[in-house]
Design a protein. Structure first.
Lengths: 258, 409
């Protein structure tokens, strides 16, 4: 990473979180920088979801620190996360099927005048521009209901929504889990373009093929603990699998990053 | 994944030609987006049938009567549309309307300690309806009790309250002129024409305002000629309605009240952020919540709208009879209002439908009742016919919903 001198866009240090007797996260470190795709992997129960929920403000952390662009911040609720510019794209739960693409892109953040009248033309224009800038060209009309879109198109809309609001950090929770091969490629290309536009992208997935196609670095969690952070070039799929299952550093380079 | 040229721009431009619009419309119908087409066809069919069966049906006098007969149920159905849009149901509307009638009648009893001006009584009745809606909606939104059960309890409770309140006398007469005018006042010829002019000019201004904004923004505007034809069609429709009414007694005030409420509610549902959030909650409450929409607020306020509209309908019923009695809010009011919304194309599954559906549905139900009375069929036929139409409407909704879901995959 060339911009290593700058502080990470989002950084977690020694974050712990327990639910009763279950220690979901213990002293976990995590970071993501502008313009990179950081993959977050781990087996079931590794703490990926808990980490997302802590950053999203749905759960509060028990101990540890969160830094945003080098400054210490506290996240007590979803509003705090939104204010910082952290957006979470949940798998297939983010869209209202009965609304069209424009309406979904602006859901909860509609532009309106002093009479609460919607500015439809302005919203439609900006939606088209945003989709064009991300090269999402397969959607015929931005005025068709999301219900009529394919799985890949829906996911594209959900991801594209994240870039419209000057977000700095985007978490994508299993964005390709329900998609076919062609649609997965479409969404992965979109994820890459998010990073190219300067966002810090966190890509949460089980699928190592997808991860090696799209990620720059890979953070591995196991049973709520850090295993390590790996540069994509210096490791391979077997190495990551070993780290996920056995919890051992898969290569020497890993020690540098942790 | 290749970086194809932005094709949607050309697609949008091509869609502005007449043939393109027709093709897109046909594509939409095949995809399950039929709009108001079934209602229109049904309306024409029913009208033709009764015209052939009764000499009086297709007359100016009967048309004017029809407006008075449909107003109460249609106004209640406006509230039902909102409740159905968020995927809930309100079974209490019948007796809430009855209770509002009792309130408005009680508050004008001459010589009593609680005699208020007619307009104050009407406002109080609507306020009571909204308050009831707020209470029922709170059970749904904050505690999570299914709306079906909450409002079923409401149905029983408010019926009980009506019986208790009217128990000793059984009937309250209404003498206040303002209250009686709601359903019985008839506008003068010139007032009728003025309404037609205001409606047409307002509709034209709104339509072409949208057209110009979109053209200014460089978006697809639809076909200009088609837009003009639409404005002329609806304008002509209102002028024709006023002409027919003026040919008999004149435009009933209640028709104007109904129209204003439908337009106002359609504006809220279709053009404001609040309306957009209502649709979002109905489409996916979880997506709405994650998008930062206050789902509980939307649910409570929608039940308040339902209660207020039911109360307004109750005022119209009471005004029409110049009294309230023990049957207030009973009978087919509840099911007629829900049927009106559903026949008008509002989905029971939430998130789909328009406020104007209440108007079309209310019209169909009123025409069926009116025509059957005129032809002289017994009430049994009325119930069976309305039931069959309702079943057809819900079946259509279910089939369309499935087809729409199938198109994308």
């Amino acid at each position: 990473m060339s911009a290593a001198q700058q502080p990470p866009t989002l950084e977690l240090r020694d974050v712990s979180k327990s639910f009763g007797a279950v220690q979901a996260l213990s002293e976990v470190d995590f970071e993501v920088r502008d313009g990179e795709v950081m993959a977050l992997v781990g087996d079931n129960g590794a703490g990926k979801s808990t980490l997302i929920k802590c950053v999203a403000g749905i759960n509060s952390i028990d101990s540890g620190e969160i830094y945003f662009e080098g400054k210490r911040v506290t996240i007590h609720g979803p509003k705090d996360a939104a204010k910082l510019g952290i957006e979470i794209v949940y798998q297939d739960l983010a869209l209202a099927d009965n609304l069209d693409v424009v309406q979904n892109m602006y859901l909860g953040r509609e532009e309106h005048d002093f009479l609460f009248r919607l500015k439809e033309a302005a919203m439609e224009q900006r939606t088209s521009d945003t989709l064009k800038s991300l090269a999402v060209t397969t959607i015929g009309s931005v005025r068709q209901p999301v219900a009529t879109l394919s799985g890949g198109q829906r996911q594209s809309v959900a991801v594209a929504r994240a870039v419209m609001w000057n977000n700095r950090v985007v978490f994508l929770d299993e964005p390709t889990a329900a998609l076919g091969v062609a649609q997965t490629r479409q969404v992965l290309a979109l994820v890459r373009r998010l990073a190219e536009q300067g966002l810090a992208v966190v890509f949460v997935s089980h699928n190592l093929v997808d991860i090696f196609e799209v990620a720059d670095r890979i953070t591995v969690l196991r049973l709520g603990r850090n295993v390590g952070v790996y540069e994509k070039e210096s490791t391979n799929q077997q190495g990551i699998v070993q780290a996920m299952i056995a919890g051992k550093a898969a290569s020497k380079e890993a020690e540098v990053a942790t | 994944m290749s970086t194809a040229a932005p094709a949607e721009v050309q697609a949008a431009a091509a869609g502005d030609s007449l043939a393109g619009i027709l093709r897109a419309r046909w594509q939409g119908i095949k995809g399950g987006d039929v709009g108001s087409l079934p209602v229109l066809i049904g309306l024409i069919g029913i009208t033709l049938y009764f015209t052939s069966k009764s000499d009086v049906f297709f007359s100016a006098v009967n048309f004017t009567n029809l407006i008075g007969q449909m107003a109460g149920v249609t106004v209640i159905a406006i509230g039902v549309v909102f409740v159905l849009l968020i995927g809930e149901i309100d079974l209490s509307i019948g007796y809430v309307s009855g209770l509002a009638g009792v309130v408005v009648a009680e508050l004008q009893v001459p010589g009593s300690s609680h005699q208020y001006p007619g307009l104050v009584a009407i406002a109080a009745a609507i306020g009571v309806g909204a308050l009831i809606g707020a209470v029922q909606g709170s059970f749904v939104a904050f505690i999570g009790v299914p709306s079906f059960v909450v409002t079923l309890a409401g149905l029983l409770i408010w019926q009980g309250v009506i019986l208790r309140q009217l128990g000793t006398e059984g009937v309250i007469g209404i003498q206040d002129a303002y209250i009686n005018n709601v359903a019985n006042y008839v506008l003068s010829e010139n007032q009728g024409w003025a309404i037609a002019v205001i409606f047409t000019v307002g509709y034209a201004a709104a339509t072409f305002g949208t057209y110009l904004t979109r053209r200014h923004a460089g978006l697809s505007t639809g076909n200009v000629i088609l837009t003009a034809v639409r404005v002329l069609f609806y304008g002509a429709l209102v002028f024709a309605a006023v002409a027919v009414c003026n040919h008999s007694r004149g435009v009933p005030l209640v028709g104007l009240i109904m129209l204003v409420l439908v337009i106002g509610a359609a504006y809220i549902a279709g053009r404001t952020t609040y309306g957009r959030h209502v649709y979002a909650v109905g489409g996916s409450a979880e997506a709405a919540r994650r998008a930062g929409i206050n789902v509980k607020f939307i649910r409570v306020t929608v039940f308040m709208i339902s209660g207020a509209m039911a109360a307004m309908g109750g005022v119209i019923f009471a005004s029409r009879l110049n009294s309230v009695d023990l049957t207030a809010g009973s009978g087919t009011i509840l099911l007629d209002a829900i049927s009106a919304a559903v026949i008008g194309g509002v989905s029971l599954f939430g998130g789909r439908g328009r406020v104007s559906g209440a108007l079309f549905g209310g019209l169909i139900i009123a025409i069926v009742a009116n025509g059957i009375d005129l032809v002289g069929y017994p009430d049994s036929v009325k119930l069976i016919t309305t039931g069959v139409i309702l079943l057809a409407a819900v079946t259509l909704d279910t089939v369309l919903r499935r087809r729409q879901a199938a198109v994308g995959r």
